[in-house]
Ligand binder design. Structure first.
Ligand code: F6P
Length: 360
C-alpha cells in the first residue's frame, strides 16, 4: 500500500432510503478532509469474496447525486451468510477467509459496514477473525438496532406509511369501510406506532402490545355510535394471531417470510362484527424512494462521524444517534441489545392519549 490511506465501504442487508447519502458523506470526509481513497465494495461482502474483489473507486466530484438517490449504488444482499455460504451444488461453505483475503488484497486500512444488526454481527465476526478495522453505521427501516435512537431509512419508511394512511383515510370515509394497512418492521412495531400516530389511525397493532379481536370490534362499534362509519387501522407485520401464531407467507420454494396478518385481521373483524374490511400491504415501497430530509441529515452525520472514527483509530465501534447528536458505541453493545417498542414508552402513551386503540 502506498502512502495514501485507502478505506472500503459496503452496504449489507436489505436496502433502504439514505444509503447513498451515507456514501456521499463518507467520500466527502475521507477524500476532501483527509485525502484518502474510498473503495465502494459491490454487493455487500460478496464483492470482497470475489476473485478479484469487485469494487468501484469513488470520485468526490461524482458523488453529488447520491444525496437524493434511493437504494444503494453498490448493490446489497440479505442472503448468503459467508460462514455458511450457499454454493451452486447446494452445499454450504465457510467463505469467511475469502472475504478477509479480499480486504487485505485491496490494501484497506479500514472498512465501513452500513447494515442492520444481522449484518453487523456477521461483519464483526469477520473483523475479529481477520483482524479487520471495522466501523459500523446502522441502517434499517425497522429501527430495531440497539443503542441508537435512529437508523438510516426509518424516517423515510414512516413518511411513506403515513402518506399511505392519509390516502386510505379518504377511501375509508367514502366507502364506510375498515381499512387495514400492513407495514413492515420485522419483529418490532416502530413503523406502525410512529406512522399510526402521525397518520391519525384509529387502531394500531404492534407486536409489543397484546390485542383481542373483541377489543378491536368494540372500538369500531364505538366509532359507529359516534357517527363515524369507518375506521383506519395500521398493523405491524410481526403481530401474531389472537392465539399467538406467527403469520407467514410461504413461496413455491418453501421459503417463509412475515406477511398476511392484515388479511387475517380483516377476516376476523368481518366474522366478529360484520364490518366491511379491506387490506393494503405496503411492502417494499417502504424501503424505496428518495430519502426524507431527516434521513439525509442522519446519513450525512453518520458518514462524517464514521470516517472520523477511522482517523482516530477507534475501530470496532458503531456510530449512534443519541440525544440529537452522533456518538460512538462498541458494535458488540449494539448487537447485544435488540430495540423493540417500549410498551410503557412515550409513543405508546401518546397513542393512548390521543384516543387510539392498541387492541388491549
Ligand atoms: O429488515 C427490513 C425488512 O424490510 C423487514 O421490515 C422485512 O420483514 C424484511 O426486510 C423483508 O425482507 P425481504 O426484502 O427479503 O423480503
Amino acid at each position: 500500500m502506498g502512502a495514501q490511506k485507502r478505506i472500503g465501504v459496503l452496504t449489507s442487508g436489505g436496502d433502504c432510503a439514505g444509503l447513498n447519502a451515507v456514501m456521499r458523506a463518507v467520500v466527502h470526509r475521507a477524500v476532501g478532509t483527509y485525502d484518502w481513497e474510498v473503495y465502494g465494495i459491490r454487493q455487500a461482502t460478496q464483492g470482497l469474496m470475489s476473485s478479484p474483489p469487485e469494487f468501484t473507486v469513488f470520485d468526490i466530484h461524482q458523488v453529488g447525486p447520491l444525496l437524493t438517490a434511493g437504494g444503494t449504488v453498490l448493490g446489497t444482499t440479505n442472503k448468503g451468510n459467508p460462514f455458511a455460504f450457499p454454493m451452486p451444488d447446494g452445499t454450504l461453505c465457510d467463505r469467511s477467509d475469502d472475504i478477509i483475503a479480499g480486504y487485505h488484497q485491496l490494501g484497506l486500512e479500514a472498512l465501513i459496514g452500513i447494515g442492520g444488526d444481522g449484518s453487523m454481527a456477521i461483519l464483526r465476526r469477520l473483523a475479529v477473525q481477520g483482524n479487520l478495522n471495522l466501523i459500523a453505521i446502522p441502517k434499517t427501516i425497522d429501527n430495531d438496532v440497539g443503542v441508537t435512537e435512529r437508523s438510516i431509512g426509518f424516517d423515510t419508511a414512516v413518511n411513506t406509511a403515513t402518506e399511505a394512511l392519509d390516502r386510505l383515510h379518504f377511501h375509508a370515509a367514502s366507502h364506510s369501510r375498515v381499512m387495514i394497512l400492513e407495514v413492515m418492521g420485522r419483529d418490532a412495531g416502530h413503523i406502525a406506532i410512529s406512522a399510526g400516530i402521525a397518520g391519525g389511525a384509529d387502531i394500531i397493532l404492534i407486536p409489543e402490545v397484546p390485542y383481542t379481536i373483541s377489543n378491536i370490534c368494540r372500538r369500531i362499534a364505538e366509532r359507529q355510535q359516534q357517527g363515524k362509519s369507518y375506521s383506519l387501522m395500521i398493523v405491524a407485520e410481526a403481530v401474531r394471531t389472537e392465539s399467538g401464531e406467527p403469520v407467514m407467507n410461504t413461496n413455491s420454494l418453501g421459503q417463509s417470510r412475515l406477511g398476511g396478518i392484515g388479511q387475517y385481521l380483516a377476516d376476523q373483524i368481518c366474522a366478529s362484527c360484520g364490518a366491511e374490511t379491506r387490506v393494503t400491504v405496503l411492502g417494499h415501497i417502504q424501503r424505496g424512494g428518495t430519502p426524507s430530509p431527516l434521513d439525509r441529515l442522519i446519513a450525512s452525520a453518520f458518514g462524517v462521524a464514521a470516517v472520523d472514527l477511522i482517523a482516530n483509530q477507534q475501530f470496532d465501534h458503531m456510530v449512534s444517534w443519541q440525544n440529537r447528536q452522533v456518538v460512538s458505541v462498541p458494535i458488540a453493545s449494539a448487537i447485544a441489545q435488540y430495540r423493540a417498542v417500549d410498551p410503557e414508552g412515550t409513543l405508546v402513551k401518546t397513542a393512548r392519549g390521543v384516543g387510539i386503540c392498541l387492541g388491549d
